[in-house]
Design a protein around this ligand. Sequence first.
Ligand SMILES: Cc1ncc(COP(=O)(O)O)c(C=O)c1O
Length: 449
Amino acid sequence: MARTIPHLEELRKMDRAHHLHPFTDHATMHPSGTHILESGAGCYLQGEEGKLLDGLAGLWCVNVGYGRKEIVEAVAKQMQELSFYPSFFNSTTEPAVRLADRLGRMAPGNLNYAVFSNSGSEANETALKIIRQYQILKGKPERTKIVTRDFAYHGVTLATASMTGLPSCQTPYGLPLPGFLHAPAPYAYAMGREKEAEVYGEECVATTKKLIEKEGPETIGAMFLEPVQGAGGVLVPPAGYLKAMRELAREYEILFVADEVITAFGRLGAWFASAMWNLEPDLMILAKGLTSGYISMGATIVSQPIAEVLMKGGYFAHGFTYSGHPVAAAAAMANMDIIEKEKLVERTKEKLGPYFQKKLQEFAGHPAVGEVRGVGLIGAMELLPKGGRKDLRPGMNLGIAGAAKVRKEGAIVRGIRDLLAFAPPLVITEKEVDELFGAVRRGIDHLWD
Ligand SMILES: Cc1ncc(COP(=O)(O)O)c(C=O)c1O
């Protein structure tokens, strides 16, 4: 049921006058005004549209659901004890140390050291700088170029937006910067190759190899890769693809970075996709699910050999005022306690993930659906116009239209180009999965109206 928010129109007026929103078309938003959300509990949000089931966990991040008292209490306690102290200049705080220790012990392989920041973008930017410094210290200062992929999303700073493979994030800013190379993404559906996705994946690896050889492997510092590409459209890698990309990096002594900002902390039914798919990354990027979005935090997890080179390399002149913020670290610890205590990783792997995927698969064959794909508690649905695939045109944005219809039916999903993306909180129940896909069905049944 819709709710009356006190001061709603006044808030919207102030918002129009003074607030530039991230990733928003203001000309489209302003006539009706922004949506204001007021409260959240579990998988549900409450705002002026009434109660909404959040099928995107905020922005792929609220893994433990909204309103978790354990995190609120841990944060309040830390704020009372010590609201802030930096980790600069030989000092730190207990939560920052405990979190670094926990991440170092949990992270796969030899990923043993955490460099903290405030976001996924900062964690990737930090990785870029560490890689530069490492290559210089190893006597390879010419290894400055970075390989990523089309449809990648690694952030929005100048350098990380250059790694991102989405024209919408680059064209307005005259990016990418020189030295950022884009290999093809294994997006078989977009090429009409979904029936032979593995073959297409092999072709993508071969094209990446050619790109590396053309540029000169000795000029390339690292390859960044999201195990499942999230914001680019939930692109699930075909069998064999990630392993082959990992091998390619190893063959040319290019550092391999797993950007797990979305995929870590249980989303795929494992603490880390890197462990699940045996990627053995040299660096791993964390944010979002690290604190379930309760407070901002990012982390760049660095392998033992790289950390050793850095530690012997003199002064480490990088870091943000709030790197390892004690309040954020306390939130991360409480968040990870919940994930462990409620066995959210195991639950996603064994129960809710398979159930969610089964329900998603039921849309295959729907006249408005061209493909469904997913793994664990993340998924996507490619939408079609009335005339079918042959009538798909760039800029139709069926996903945006579809998401608006689904929202009217009571659930938030994300529209990206012509697809819908889903990533509900990991605490979702089977009944709530049914409710989510019920809203999706009612929405897309009317997609062409
Ligand atoms: C894989 C990945 N990397 C990096 C980022 C950037 O994170 P932030 O928005 O916290 O800067 C995102 C955000 O969606 C992401 O999905």
